[in-house]
Design a protein around this ligand. Structure first.
Ligand SMILES: *[C@@H]1O[C@H](CO)[C@@H](O)[C@H](O)[C@H]1NC(C)=O
Ligand SMILES: *[C@@H]1O[C@H](CO)[C@@H](O)[C@H](O)[C@H]1NC(C)=O
Ligand SMILES: *[C@@H]1O[C@H](CO)[C@@H](O)[C@H](O)[C@H]1NC(C)=O
Ligand SMILES: *[C@@H]1O[C@H](CO)[C@@H](O)[C@H](O)[C@H]1NC(C)=O
Ligand SMILES: [Cu+2]
Length: 689
């Protein structure tokens, strides 16, 4: 335990004392440092000084060097690293600017005004400024009084407005307000019927609606704080622990390069942070014990977009079709993780920084936690009972490495896990928790509901509205090199007609290599196929193509009509799987400017160019979907709903890569013997931490 704590301190210190702007020793994919954010700000402000200009920083992130530059730096680490550049999106005097800043030469490389549809990501600062407006807005004060409520207990929250065919647009947001008197669970107590529209360029209220009054759902039973619960308590949980007396089995080099070689596994990868995407994993390679070398798997991967359309078409709700990454920013919404609660006792925590609206760095402490995870699962086992007078029992416990971040986007909390397994698999976990977005209603029993309520009555006066969550992952796989192909191994039923067998049928594998983007669009569930990214230029000794297979989650296609406005903007949900040729500017599945986008810059549009993807540097896009029909157990807080997918080596290794896995140290030995740790301090009390 002590050694784990010491390591945490060491990493934080080393992050703070890194010489911030020097390019030596730094990985070219490292996130921008606080000093670099400050320098970017100074460079841009110098060109556009205030008060002459109204300048806000909507996005600042690393403009990542091109792949060849990264690979040449990797092959010769003593070579000069590529220039550090920042990609900046500002609102400047009511226009959107795209600015590239060269950080080392303190100069602007390019500066364009964006004239297309849609607006940049919202900053937290402008949302906070918008929240405050209703409190001094007379018509709103009157509406609150009319409902017999206390203005000091009203809080408001920001909602993007979507696009519904309007020809002209303004940079606006909607505000919806809630009553917290007697609870902290604001989202369960809407002042239904009231909507305010805020012009963000003017920062004032430009439209106001108070259309009807329904009861505000009561506070009773909504507070989720442990300190506010009353007996009886239960279930009583005894905690859980995975103890590593020798400290973690991985090492963090430089800023965020993670090298998992110390104990048991062989992954190396680079972790960085982006205000829009959240975690970005780059250059993930696995050590091949037989070949005695690192082999490339994933060049770059991150969550490209999340689309959350609500399914209530009425005036107060129709527009709620959110793009959590492009509009709100998963990185901007990252919250500080709580030791011993959000992450286990053996976790190491890392901070992250982003540029606030005025360009100065904002720190989110404990943004990431990294830990080895032992959930009592089995990596491989066999009991052999077939040998006379002998029982052979071999088991290896499954210990993996998890990188975790939580993004709290308003009412919802997204637990985003990247889990690296010694077997070569990467599992992508998504957990949904937090609070439902509910509609206030007059109903107190389902018997009173005669029309479509667009949701479930989850408490008195409270409708949990139907909605989806679609998280689209960008996975630039470079399996043993850049040139890869996408293969559909279709399982097809063959009829036996020639009486050569007592069987009438069997299935076999018919492989089909996708030549174009069209051939790589897959809706899961329509066909039985294994989807594999292969390196067509490399084969195993036995001659099989080297690959990584997609193990998809449940098939959850979009249920909206393809011509519906939100669906045009979220067109990347038409298929669960897409493959595109690598193009540095095709990163965001819903387009770079997602707020009020019109669907002209989505993954679906790019894919319809139908480019050649065979034996090319390709990107795999996979969407994890949830259709959420709320239920009473989602009240007052949702127990985590999990989903995800996996990529798994398939004829990548010559044989089982973990056959010779060794568990070192007393903990691992104890676990291997009977499944429970035998040494170390008593298990911590996670659940009440
Ligand atoms: C409104 O809130 C204020 C501040 O908490 C409190 O002093 C006042 O008594 C409240 N009034 C009503 C009517 O609840
Ligand atoms: C800056 O914004 C303020 C408030 O929106 C406005 O009054 C002012 O005219 C703007 N200045 C410029 C130079 O656009
Ligand atoms: C990872 O760490 C091991 C052991 O310290 C070292 O031998 C190896 O070169 C490192 N790999 C990379 C890619 O940094
Ligand atoms: C890369 O993507 C952008 C945006 O979709 C597109 O304009 C450009 O033509 C693409 N470049 C190539 C070489 O396909
Ligand atoms: Cu949901």
């Amino acid at each position: 335990m002590a050694s784990t704590l010491k390591l945490v301190v060491f990493i934080l210190l080393s992050l703070c004392t890194l010489s911030p702007v020097s390019s030596h020793r730094r990985h070219p994919l490292d996130s921008l440092t606080p000093a670099e954010f400050a320098r970017v700000r100074a460079v841009v402000k110098k060109s556009y000084p205030s008060p002459k200009h109204n300048l806000t920083f909507q996005y600042v992130g690393l403009d990542e060097p091109d792949k060849p530059a990264i690979h040449s730096w990797l092959s010769n680490p003593s070579s000069k690293s590529p220039p550090r550049r920042a990609s900046v999106i500002t609102r400047l005097d009511r226009q959107t600017h795209e600015i590239i800043v060269d950080i080392s030469t303190r100069s602007i490389v390019s500066d364009h005004v964006y004239k297309g549809h849609g607006y940049p990501m919202l900053t937290s600062d402008e949302q906070v400024a918008a929240y405050g407006l209703p409190k001094t807005y007379e018509p709103f004060i009157k509406s609150v009084k009319k409902r017999g409520l206390n203005l000091s207990d009203v809080v408001c929250s920001t909602y993007t407005v979507g696009w519904f065919g309007e020809v002209k647009s303004r940079r606006v947001l909607k505000l919806l307000c809630y009553y917290i008197d007697g609870t902290v669970n604001l989202y369960l107590r809407p002042l239904e019927g009231i909507t305010l529209v805020v012009d963000l360029d003017e920062m004032n209220i430009v439209e106001y609606y108070d259309r009807f009054t329904v009861p505000v759902p009561k506070a009773e039973g909504t507070d989720y704080r442990a300190s506010k619960q009353k007996p009886p308590f239960g279930p009583h949980l005894n905690g859980a622990a995975f103890i590593q007396p020798d400290g973690p089995g991985f090492k963090i080099d430089g800023q965020l390069s993670v090298n998992v070689t110390r104990l048991w596994a062989y992954w190396v990868f680079h972790l960085s942070f982006d205000v829009r995407a959240g975690p970005i994993i780059s250059l993930a390679s696995i050590y091949d014990l037989e070949k005695q070398e690192y082999r490339r798997v994933l060049y770059r991967g991150f969550i490209s977009e999340e689309f959350v359309p609500y399914q209530d078409p009425t005036v107060e709700w129709y527009y709620r079709t959110f793009f959590d990454s492009g509009e709100f920013g998963f990185g901007q919404c990252a919250v500080s993780l709580k030791p011993l609660a959000d992450c286990p006792a053996n976790a190491v925590f890392l901070d992250a920084y982003y540029a606030g609206q005025d360009g100065t760095p904002v720190k989110t402490p404990n943004t990431f936690c990294i830990f080895e995870n032992y959930a009592g699962n089995i990596m491989w086992r066999h009991t052999e009972l077939g040998i006379p007078d002998e029982v052979i029992k071999e088991v290896r416990p499954d210990v993996s490495l998890v990188v975790r971040m939580v993004a709290t986007v308003g009412n919802y909390d997204y637990i985003l896990d990247w889990e690296f397994k010694p077997s070569g698999s990467i599992k992508f976990g998504v957990g949904l928790t937090g609070v439902l977005e509910v509609r206030g209603a007059s109903y107190t029993h389902t018997d009173q509901i005669k029309e479509d309520a667009y949701g479930t009555l989850v408490a008195e006066n409270t409708i949990g509205v139907y909605h989806d969550h679609f998280l689209t992952y960008y996975l630039d796989l470079d399996v043993d090199g850049e040139a890869n192909s996408f293969v559909k191994n279709n399982l097809e039923t063959i009829r036996v007609t020639d009486h050569s067998s007592p069987r009438k049928s069997y299935w076999t594998v018919v492989s089909e290599t996708a030549k174009t983007e069209a051939e790589a669009r897959v809706q899961l569930g329509l066909k039985q196929s294994e989807l594999v990214v292969v390196n067509p230029n490399k084969k195993t000794k036995l001659g099989n193509p080297i690959g990584y297979r997609l193990i998809p989650g449940p098939a959850t296609p979009t249920l909206l009509s393809y011509d519906d406005y939100p669906q045009l903007r979220g067109a990347f949900t038409e298929n669960n799987v897409w493959v595109t040729p690598y193009n540095k500017s095709e990163k965001w599945a819903g387009g770079l400017y997602t707020d009020q986008s019109r669907g002209d810059d989505t993954l679906a549009v790019w894919s319809h160019r139908n480019r050649n993807i065979e034996n090319k540097d390709i990107v795999l896009w996979y969407t994890v979907g949830f259709h959420h029909v709320p239920c009473q157990e989602d009240f007052p807080l949702m127990p985590t709903l999990s989903s995800g997918f996996e990529i798994r080596p398939t004829n990548f290794f010559e044989s089982n890569p973990v056959l010779k896995a060794v568990h070192i140290g007393s903990t691992a030995t104890a676990i291997a013997k009977d499944g429970f740790p035998k040494s170390g301090p008593p298990p911590s009390r996670y659940w009440h931490a």
